[in-house]
Design a protein around this ligand. Structure first.
Ligand code: SF4
Length: 167
């Protein structure tokens, strides 16, 4: 299977959501995590400054790649899931590197919070990503979906009704 940046993101949010998404069980709305990407794509695509190019490789679509400096920019609405966003950007850097494309570092931008975060990819991260990929394959291949995680952000997840049916 192709490990996409979305799967890497979901792996860091909820293994149940990862399983449901990867097994194409779709709910009407899009989850906040995935919507994050859509929101940015819908609103900023037209305004992409010239210095950025869009790069599409297996599993990843990077909207803002600064080829001159080898920097990946990723913009998000909310920094609540920052750990998952950092993982996603590390994965971008990893996939770019795998394809021989220079990627020095990434910058996560949270315009609403006026907050930016530099993301580097270390050798340790590369080893960690190999583990994430194996675990994602294992989780997605399970016959039964992982249990609910009972986190406050479940209320904003598109699978909420599905997960907490009858509550
Ligand atoms: S509602 Fe919670 S447990 Fe269910 S998929 Fe979403 S984040 Fe995971």
């Amino acid at each position: 299977m192709t490990i996409t940046a979305t799967l890497i993101n979901l792996y860091h949010v909820c293994h149940r959501e990862l399983w449901l998404h990867a097994n194409q069980i779709q709910m009407e709305q899009t989850s906040e995590v995935v919507a994050d990407g859509k929101f940015i794509g819908d609103t900023t695509y037209e305004q992409r400054p010239e210095k950025y190019t869009q790069v599409e490789l297996p599993g990843v679509k990077i909207d803002f790649y600064d080829a001159k400096n080898g920097v990946v920019h990723e913009t998000k609405r909310s920094d609540k899931m920052e750990q998952a966003h950092v993982a996603q950007v590390k994965y971008y850097l990893y996939v770019l590197g795998q394809h021989g494309i220079a990627a020095n570092y990434g910058i996560l931008e949270y315009p609403k919070q006026r907050h930016t975060e530099r993301v580097d990819l270390t050798d340790e991260d590369r080893r960690a990503i190999e583990v994430w990929k194996m675990e994602i394959e294992e989780i997605v291949g399970r016959e039964v979906c992982p249990p609910v995680i009972n986190k406050p952000f479940c209320k904003k997840c598109s699978y909420y009704d599905f997960c907490y049916v009858g509550e």
